[in-house]
Write a protein that binds this ligand. Structure first.
Ligand SMILES: [Zn+2]
Length: 151
């Protein structure tokens, strides 16, 4: 069963999750590594803004220099893809759920493997994650005494 989960999630919350995962010490300029003087340069793709560094003039966003650079997917899609990778969701199912092309998704998946691990280790549960429900099922199975089966 596939869920239309894309419409249920907030792009703002997912963007914040991605920024925190990509930049655990805070977003800084990829050129001069300073974080104290950037202004919004372009708002064409909210909530992902392009910034201009007032020290060195570099234009960048939270994805610049990361595995997410040059992806044109929404923050929600990216979080769901990372979640799918962490949970071992088959690419075909993920593509159906996101309504996107399986081949492109597979390429992206290979690129994002490392980041997905980073996200899982660094942030705990991904927004919208079903981890808790899965764990409940696992625990319930382990604690139950199995009825004697046919030998
Ligand atoms: Zn700079």
């Amino acid at each position: 069963m596939d869920f239309p989960i894309l419409g249920l999630m907030s792009d703002d919350a997912c963007d914040q999750f991605l920024v925190d995962t990509l930049h655990p010490d805070g977003l800084c300029c990829p050129g001069c590594r300073r974080d104290d003087a950037r202004s919004v340069h372009d708002r064409h793709r909210p909530p992902v803004f392009d910034y201009r560094c007032r020290h060195c003039g570099a234009v960048f966003n939270a994805y610049t220099g990361t595995p997410l650079q040059k992806t044109h997917r929404s923050p929600t899609q990216l979080v769901l893809i990372l979640r799918g990778i962490c949970q071992g969701t088959p690419t075909a199912q993920l593509a159906r759920e996101l309504g996107c092309d399986r081949k492109h998704l597979l390429t992206l998946r290979h690129r994002l493997q490392g980041l997905a691990l980073q996200a899982a280790e660094h942030m705990g549960p991904v927004p919208g994650s079903t981890t808790e429900a899965d764990e409940m099922f696992q625990n319930a199975g382990e604690k139950r005494h199995l009825p004697p089966g046919p030998r």
